[in-house]
Design a protein around this ligand. Structure first.
Ligand code: SF4
Length: 820
């Protein structure tokens, strides 16, 4: 593993900083020198230089990656014994090194072949895509003639229809000189860009080597965090970093990774968040850091969701419907050039550049991903089944370093990425709009789904295994829809949307294993209606068949292993074994628990006596609970947050306080608050103000809310944060016990305590803050609960919290970051 530089994290800029001019000049010289080279794949070269015309995101028949391999095998097996496959080609064209693998060469026909597995007929492939296929084949042809010293070669584009197993061959003979000219033109068209990119990389790396910490000095604990992040990137391993509020985690993780980029050849850094709120802080820190680089030589791109980047939400993404898709690839080069020159590409900057060039902002952003240095986005970009960053990093072989903010949410986010639900009403509705053959398959699927519902004994039931008949009906329906859309390329509409949903559902059903539950949930007496053969209608109720992931580890393991390094950081990650086991982190993952930046005495922790917030005890203890809140307010007037397990409980407590103490100002979180209402809730916390904001634990005000100083002086937590009792919860617990061993609290206590500690983290935001934390439930004295509380909390009358470090919360021996 790569060695650490002697001092990777200086707090000040070097004494003799390079001027922008000096660095720029040396880079230009080097990039223009004869020794300079740039490696590009045939595919990238052609996509860059030969993609023209409209953007078209309508459905077109395409084969899956697996079908692509099967198609290629099928074609090559039909050729003679002397047929060559997977021919590695590598040549230089000036400073460009062009590499690729041609699919096959038939020596008897002296024919180089490019095999494209498709669904349907090649006439249905859009013209600009067919031209791109020819461009790739001609480039392979030029490389092949060079390597084999041929004067001419036949080139054949072979379209293989996976459904009918038939081939259509488009064949043409080319002279070597003609192909050489094509290659030279392509390389010349790419060369200026390649030179620019090489200069940029050198300038970027030179600037990052000199990057100084943007603040005067590291805060307490921040340097430990930064060093751990740097070492993990240097050693190419994952890191779990628990670090308290107020130490500057965002800059404390970004700075060391930026410093590691040039030293360890890291191509890109991805800063991913579990909730959108963290992105703003990341962009602010990056703006600061980038301002400190020579020549601002760092390209930062925000990955904008489609609904935010789209200018015409009422239109479809193709040239006939949307003006920003028409001629997209013709105008892309100029837009791309302006964007990379600009370097700072948040959502607004992408939009401005895109609209100046008449292209779609969202798809411009997607194109820019490969040319940016730092990507700021959501965790789904890497961890989702079809995550953009995952796909590109694999295809383009990036060395990618990743930071995941608010990482305590990743287990829950990943579970949702690998869960899916199918409602019988959805299938029935799709069948009504589907044509004949598809309708039959969808009706059969609805019938099999209904059989499943009738066979269940309760409104909610988890099935140990799925009946073959249901899976077959699902496969048949998905196949019929595929076939239908293969015959009708460029379709749009609700049936196509259902087709995609069904494909995803089928993928997860076929991947079902002990990591997921399959449950059947019936609503409004649906079973009775189905069993009685009554005409189904809106009043008949519905049923949902759900693949519910409980342990996403098996889906994520490969991703953690494939990228250079992933740092998961949060104020609440203990016990580390929970994240390691549930997410599938590698065994050599490092763990760091950074102590708080303030003395423990700054947080006055109290456990209320004689209060139980168990459902059955709430009425009985409500007066006592409200009395504790009122007394604390009287003794130390100021702004407080009071967290409850549900809106119902919150309302009862707030109403009682309002009755008993109308003099205490209060405001309440409500269900489904929009951004304006949320802002109004937070605006009630004024400097040196007095009042109590009532909120739910795990809700929008329980994390990511920053109320330093007198804006917030204390919090009450009137719940243990355990999930509500339900059959799903019981079965989730039993499955996790089965996978990881019983009694670790992975299904309830661990995530509950993470929520509690997150909410408590609202109180102290800066090293100067002081405040009160009231734990309003006598279960906070239970040893297994105390065990999971932060080790620096001083709980009167109990032993100290231990961050879940005992073996009770999972056996996994964390690696210290200093290990190599
Ligand atoms: S503007 Fe909207 S509709 Fe048009 S191409 Fe972009 S995403 Fe599609």
């Amino acid at each position: 593993m790569a060695a650490m530089p002697p001092d990777p994290l200086p707090t000040e800029a070097p004494t003799a900083p390079s001027s922008a001019m000096a660095v720029g000049e040396s880079v230009i010289e080097e990039a223009a020198s004869p020794a300079w080279t740039y490696t590009v794949s045939v595919r990238e070269l052609c996509e860059f230089t030969a993609k023209r015309g409209d953007l078209d995101r309508r459905f077109t028949p395409s084969a899956t990656a697996l079908e692509g391999l099967m198609g290629q095998n099928a074609v090559t097996q039909r050729r003679g014994q002397d047929y060559e496959t997977e021919i590695a080609l590598d040549t230089t064209c000036g400073p460009l090194r062009v590499r690729g693998r041609a699919d096959g060469y038939d020596p008897r026909r002296r024919c180089l072949e490019e095999i494209k597995t498709i669904r349907g007929h090649p006439d249905e492939i859009p013209q600009n895509r067919r031209l791109l296929h020819w461009a790739q084949l001609q480039t392979y042809g030029a490389l092949f003639c060079r390597v084999r010293s041929l004067s001419e070669v036949a080139l054949a584009l072979v379209y293989f229809d996976i459904a009918s197993q038939s081939e259509v061959e488009l064949r043409q003979v080319f002279g070597a000189e003609e192909l050489e000219n094509v290659l030279s033109e392509r390389c010349a068209a790419f060369l200026a860009w390649a030179r620019q990119e090489a200069r940029h990389r050198e300038a970027r790396d030179a600037a990052l080597r000199d990057l100084a910490f943007p603040q005067h000095s590291f805060r307490a604990g921040q340097r430990d965090l930064a060093e751990a992040v740097y070492k993990s990137a240097a050693n190419g391993r994952c890191l779990l970093a628990q670090a308290p509020t107020g130490i500057g985690k965002t800059v404390g993780t970004l700075f060391p990774l930026l410093r590691a980029m040039p030293v360890h050849g890291i191509d890109k850094l991805a800063y991913l968040t579990c909730k959108g709120t963290g992105r703003l802080a990341a962009l602010e820190a990056l703006d600061d850091l980038r301002s400190g680089t020579t020549g601002q030589a760092l390209r930062v791109l925000t990955l904008v969701p489609k609904d935010e980047g789209c200018e015409h939400p009422d239109k479809a993404c193709h040239g006939d419907a949307c003006p920003l898709a028409r001629g997209f690839y013709d105008r892309l080069p100029a837009a791309r050039q302006e964007a990379v020159a600009q370097g700072w590409l948040d959502a607004q900057a992408q939009r401005q550049v895109a609209l100046r060039h008449g292209v779609c902002p969202y798809y411009l952003g997607q194109e820019l991903v490969r040319w940016a240095d730092v990507l700021v986005g959501d965790v789904n970009h890497l961890f989702d089944i079809k995550g953009l960053l995952w796909g590109l990093s694999q295809a383009l072989d990036w060395k990618l370093a990743v930071l995941v903010d608010e990482a305590h949410n990743l287990v829950e986010r990943a579970r949702r990425m690998y869960s899916a639900e199918l409602r019988i009403s959805q299938v029935r509705a799709a069948a009504q709009t589907a044509p004949g053959a598809v309708r039959g398959a969808l009706d059969a699927l609805a019938q099999e789904a209904e059989e499943l519902v009738v066979d269940t004994d309760a409104p909610y039931e988890v099935l140990d295994e799925l009946p073959d008949r249901f899976v077959q009906a699902l496969q048949t329906a998905a196949g019929a829809l595929s076939e239908h859309f293969n015959q009708r390329p460029l379709s749009v509409g609700s049936l196509l949307d259902f087709h995609f949903e069904l494909q995803r559902y089928l993928t997860l059903v076929e991947a079902l294993s002990d990591h997921s539950l399959f449950d059947v949930q019936t609503f409004l007496g649906a079973r009775a209606v189905i069993a009685s053969d009554a005409e189904p209608g809106p009043a008949a109720g519905d049923a949902a068949l759900c693949v519910r992931n409980v342990a996403p580890a098996c889906f994520l393991r490969r991703r953690f292993a494939a990228v250079n390094s992933v740092t998961l950081f949060s104020a609440t990650l203990a016990p580390p074994a929970y994240a390691v086991h549930l997410l599938g982190l590698p065994g050599n993952t490092a763990w760091i628990d950074v102590p708080p930046a303030f003395p423990a005495e700054h947080l006055n922790v109290r456990v209320a006596e004689g209060i139980s917030t168990r459902f059955a005890d709430r009425e009985r203890t409500l007066h006592r609970l409200v009395a504790v809140i009122a007394r604390q307010f009287d003794e130390h007037p100021g702004n407080y947050l009071a967290f409850f397990s549900s809106f119902d409980y919150l309302e009862k407590a707030a109403a009682l306080l309002a009755t008993l103490r109308p003099d205490i100002p209060q405001w309440r979180q409500e269900r489904r608050m929009n951004s304006g209402a949320r802002a109004a809730f937070l605006a009630r916390f004024q400097p040196h103000g007095e009042g109590i904001g009532f909120a739910v634990l795990g809700g929008v005000f329980a994390e990511g809310v920053d109320l330093p100083g007198s804006l917030l002086i204390g919090a009450f937590i009137a719940t243990l944060g355990l999930p509500p009792v339900s059959e799903t919860q019981r079965l989730t617990q039993s499955r996790l016990d089965q996978l990881f061993g019983a009694g670790h609290g992975y299904a309830d206590l661990v995530p509950a305590m993470q929520r509690v500690v997150q909410a408590a983290g609202r109180v102290l935001r800066t090293p100067e803050d002081r405040g009160w934390l009231w734990l309003l439930d006598d279960r906070y004295r239970r040893p297994d609960v105390v065990e999971l509380l932060p080790s620096w909390w001083r709980l009167p009358g109990t032993t100290l919290g231990r961050d879940g470090s005992s073996a009770a919360f999972g056996s996994w021996s964390p690696v210290v970051p200093a290990g190599s």
